[in-house]
Design a protein. Structure first.
Length: 127
């Protein structure tokens, strides 16, 4: 799917449902105040909203396809999204596109695994 059809498909599959969910959660947050569950969900989707700005619709579809077709989809999809974000934004500047993308992928992968290790080490100290 290319050009207009791909944009319409991405909009229907990703952008509109996410927009409706975000509006619904925001409405609950405004009506009922600081609901811990809604606050947690809004805080949890913050990286995804940031990734939407960094990645195009086609890149998001590629990321979803990679995550669905490979084992360990969360790790693969997160690493690929980090790589693409580093490739698109080039935080190191200049001609270091490959280095920026690789560094972003490594950082995303590291922080994807970090909570698991912290919980295991903290839980091991209790037992």
């Amino acid at each position: 799917m290319h050009r207009s059809l791909g944009g319409i498909t991405a909009g229907l599959l990703f952008i509109l449902p996410s927009l409706f969910l975000l509006i619904f959660l925001s409405w609950i947050y405004l009506c009922f105040g600081d609901v811990p569950l809604v606050s947690a969900v809004l805080y949890g989707i913050k990286p995804a909203v940031t990734a939407i700005v960094w990645l195009s619709a086609t890149q998001m579809i590629d990321d979803l396809a990679l995550g669905e077709t490979t084992p360990g989809p969360l790790i693969m999809a997160a690493t690929f999204a980090g790589f693409l974000a580093g490739w698109n934004t080039v935080p190191l500047g200049g001609d270091s596109v490959g280095l920026s993308a690789t560094l972003a992928a490594v950082i995303v992968t590291y922080f994807t695994f970090l909570p698991s290790f912290v919980f295991i080490l903290a839980g091991g100290a209790i037992g």
